[in-house]
Structure formats: structure tokens, C-alpha cells
Design a protein around this ligand. Structure first.
Ligand code: FE
Ligand code: ZN
Ligand code: FE
Length: 191
């Protein structure tokens, strides 16, 4: 019940954070992914209320310190990378940390609901867990598709192979490299 209350609090906080993440994203696909997960998170709050009900308990929130911390870091990451080509990659990393926390939490809750023999609760938690896993997958895909290379100052339409063959002007290759100091990432803006 403590863990359920923790996640009920966490979802409410995530509900407030997702519109900010969507606003900070400059990639339209990433924006859309955050907004889609916002709609799912609204459903999750209702589903958690049904889980409480399945245990004959009233919905109650218990401050989730981990989510507070993860979202604080997310805010920091968003402002540190504002206006930089790294912004979308940074937001993806912040988002994935939250999804992973949720996946771990709902994985445990699902197991415990099963052990307690509460099938109704287990089914609801399984639905939430599937949404968290799908949200995490989407973020992984968006990172691989474009955001990570965009952060390196490379054209997001190009594949790694195109990059080697391509004889693009040097100015398009001035992005930060993995080995260069983080400060140099601003160089990517010159392309
Ligand atoms: Fe959630
Ligand atoms: Zn928590
Ligand atoms: Fe989530």
C-alpha cells in the first residue's frame, strides 16, 4: 500500500512535468511522444484509483522523493541545454530515467498484487506497466533516430554510413564530439 501511494503521488507529479518537457522539446516527434504519455498518465491516475478500490482502500498520495528528485534533475537538464542542439537528447535521458523508475515500481507492484491474489489489481497494474515500457521504447527510438546525432552536431537525416561517405562542407561537422569537453557542444550551433 505504501508503494501504491508512492506511485499515486509520482503520477500526479509526472502529470505536471510532462507538459513542461513537451514545451522544452524542439523535435516535433519528441513533443508528440511526451503529450501522448501525458494522456496515458491521466489514465494511469484513474487506474491507480481503481487499484486502491480493488484493495478496498481510499486513494492516498505519499510523497515520492525519488520522482521529486528525478523531475528536479529534468528541470535542470532542460534549462542547461536550452537553445542547444543537445536539448532533445537531454530531455530523452531525463524522460527515460522517470520511465525506468516507473517500470521498476510497477514491476514490483504487479508481483505483489499477484502474490496477494488480487487479479483485478494485477490486471490494472499490468496495463500501466505496458504503457511505461512503451513510452520508454519510444524515447529510445527517438534518441537513436535523430536526437543523439543532432546533439553531436550532425544532420539528423543521415545514417552513420552516409556520414562517412558524405563530403559535406566542414562547417556541418563542427559539432561536439564524444571526446571533446561538454562546453564545446555550443560549436554545433555554427552549422
Ligand atoms: Fe506513469
Ligand atoms: Zn517513489
Ligand atoms: Fe511514464
Amino acid at each position: 500500500m505504501d508503494e501504491l501511494q508512492d506511485m499515486y503521488d509520482a503520477e500526479h507529479r509526472i502529470l505536471k512535468a510532462l507538459p513542461k518537457l513537451a514545451k522544452a522539446a524542439t523535435c516535433e516527434k519528441l513533443k508528440a511522444a511526451f503529450l501522448k504519455h501525458l494522456a496515458e498518465t491521466e489514465q494511469q491516475v484513474t487506474k491507480l484509483e481503481q487499484v486502491f478500490q480493488a484493495f478496498d482502500e481510499k486513494p492516498k498520495a505519499r510523497k515520492c522523493k525519488a520522482t521529486v528528485g528525478l523531475l528536479e534533475e529534468g528541470d535542470e537538464i532542460a534549462s542547461d541545454n536550452k537553445g542547444e542542439p543537445t536539448i532533445n537528447a537531454a530531455l530523452i535521458s531525463a524522460g527515460q530515467k522517470v520511465e525506468h523508475y516507473e517500470i521498476a515500481s510497477y514491476g514490483c507492484l504487479l508481483e505483489w498484487a499477484g502474490i496477494l491474489g488480487n487479479t483485478k489489481a494485477a490486471n490494472l497494474i499490468r496495463e500501466i506497466l505496458a504503457q511505461e515500457k512503451a513510452a520508454n521504447e519510444t524515447l529510445t527510438e527517438l534518441g537513436k533516430q535523430s536526437a543523439n546525432r543532432e546533439a553531436m552536431g550532425e544532420d539528423k537525416e543521415k545514417t552513420a554510413d552516409d556520414e562517412t561517405a558524405d563530403q559535406a562542407p566542414a562547417k556541418s561537422r563542427t559539432g561536439a564530439r564524444a571526446s571533446s569537453p561538454a562546453r564545446k557542444r555550443t560549436a554545433a550551433l555554427t552549422r
